[in-house]
Design a protein around this ligand. Structure first.
Ligand code: UD1
Ligand code: UDP
Length: 375
């Protein structure tokens, strides 16, 4: 009997990280023909993830341009993927999350009546413009997907509330599978190298920062940078370590405002292994990243979420995370409180991870087998 053909579509750093454990598990299972398709929405930031997880790319589009617009990105990915899917004729397409790649991947499959499975389904901020355009992307994917792999009960409820009930499964988030596998590899072969490379950070408690959301471009990013500057000046012994996203709309304000401060370390995006190692060694995390909100609780790190709303409210409900927005004073005040109040720090670092247990890929594998056997 012919093996069923399954295509994974990804294009950005977080998609590759979250797809890697599932794609690898399905390939090793031996029951499927697995084809990994990269849109190349990201370039450098994607390639390092593929190397780390040994994720083979079987087809790629290579669409990335500096400062790409959403319209360019959407049309080139839709057109490119449509051609690839037409040739491959898969039995199932998997997309992950809420990027332009994920939405266009689902749409390209839908136009050819190929069933779509959505990993990390059901997240909602209930604000179409924050995160932008991700909230719209994931809602539109839910309308055309056949299988919905939700990380939490809340995500299942969100889909049910929109009238989506068929093939909705709570499976956890594959980000925790990737994290546990990644930490294992680091422990075996990378620990000493990273400890030597980042010895300068380990002298004191340090703050890890990331930020890249489109809705914060302009004033939001300026406020974030000024808050970081004030933290650096008021806490001169606290290093602030900031791997800066490659988007020029991020790079410009960050380097203009924060270069030259003795305790602020601005670096290129980290390779995934280094990132989770640094995350594990950090004291406080300041971020607008979806993935880092999901990883940090596994490592007992308090998170200050620099967004006005979040679709990851489980961390806030559990007590791991606080929404500080892009308000300069609020960001500064929360950092000050966490640095000076050990009780608050302990309560925010011991809440556990509501997003996953490391077994999500196994659950997805078994649901897909069942689905394809009965089709
Ligand atoms: C994209 C996703 C966002 C996700 C984020 C993860 C969309 C609309 N946005 O946002 O949901 O959270 O990825 O990081 O899908 N660049 C490089 N090299 C790279 C990657 C990016 O130079 O390897 C620069 C390019 O100038 C590019 C720009 O960053 O044009 C923006 O990349 P893009 O994928 O459009 O947006 P992100 O902000 O990365
Ligand atoms: N990450 C990384 N290097 C970095 C910053 C982040 O490898 O310099 C990882 C991080 O650990 C997480 C993922 O990238 O797994 C999150 O990606 P990002 O913040 O770009 O996107 P989001 O999750 O917000 O969509």
């Amino acid at each position: 009997m012919r093996h069923k053909k399954i295509c994974f579509i990804f294009g950005t750093r977080p998609e590759a990280i979250k797809v890697a454990p599932v794609s690898t598990m399905l390939r090793r299972d031996g029951h499927f023909e697995v084809v990994n398709i990269s849109t190349g929405q990201h370039k450098e930031m994607l390639n390092q993830v593929l190397d780390f997880f040994n994720l083979p790319v079987n087809n790629s589009l290579d669409v990335m341009k500096v400062n790409q617009s959403l319209a360019y990105l959407s049309s080139s990915i839709l057109d490119g993927l449509s051609r690839v899917l037409e040739e491959l004729k898969p039995d199932l397409v998997l997309v992950q999350g809420d990027t332009t790649t994920a939405f266009m991947g689902a749409l390209a499959a839908f136009y050819q009546k190929i069933p779509v499975a959505h990993i990390e389904a059901g997240l909602r901020s209930f604000n179409l413009f924050s995160p932008f355009p991700e909230e719209a992307n994931r809602k539109m994917i839910s309308q055309i997907a056949n299988l919905h792999f939700c990380p939490t009960d809340k995500a299942v409820e969100n889909l049910n509330a929109e009238g989506i009930h068929n093939h909705v499964y709570k499976v956890g988030n594959t980000v925790v599978d990737a994290l546990l596998q990644g930490l294992d590899i680091i422990e075996q072969s990378m620990e000493e190298r990273f400890a030597a490379k980042y010895a300068y950070l380990l002298q004191n408690k340090f703050i890890l920062v990331t930020g890249h959301r489109r809705e914060s471009f302009g004033d939001g990013f300026l406020h974030i940078c000024h808050a970081l500057k004030k933290i650096a000046e008021k806490f001169p012994d606290t290093p602030i370590f900031y791997p800066v996203h490659l988007n020029p709309s991020v790079q410009k304000p960050v380097y203009e405002i924060l270069s030259g401060l003795h305790n602020v370390y601005l670096v290129s995006p980290l390779e995934y292994a280094e990132m989770i190692w640094v995350l594990n060694k950090s004291y406080i995390v300041l971020t607008d990243s979806g993935g880092i909100q999901e990883e940090a609780p596994s490592l007992g790190k308090p998170i200050l979420v620099m967004r006005e709303v979040t679709e990851r409210s489980e961390g806030i409900d559990a007590g791991n995370a606080v929404l500080v927005g892009t308000d300069q004073e609020l960001i500064f005040n929360w950092v000050e409180r966490l640095l000076s109040d050990p009780q608050l720090y302990t309560s925010m670092s011991t809440a556990g991870n509501p997003y996953g247990d490391g077994l999500t890929s196994e659950r997805i594998l078994s649901i897909i087998k069942n689905y394809l056997d009965n089709e």
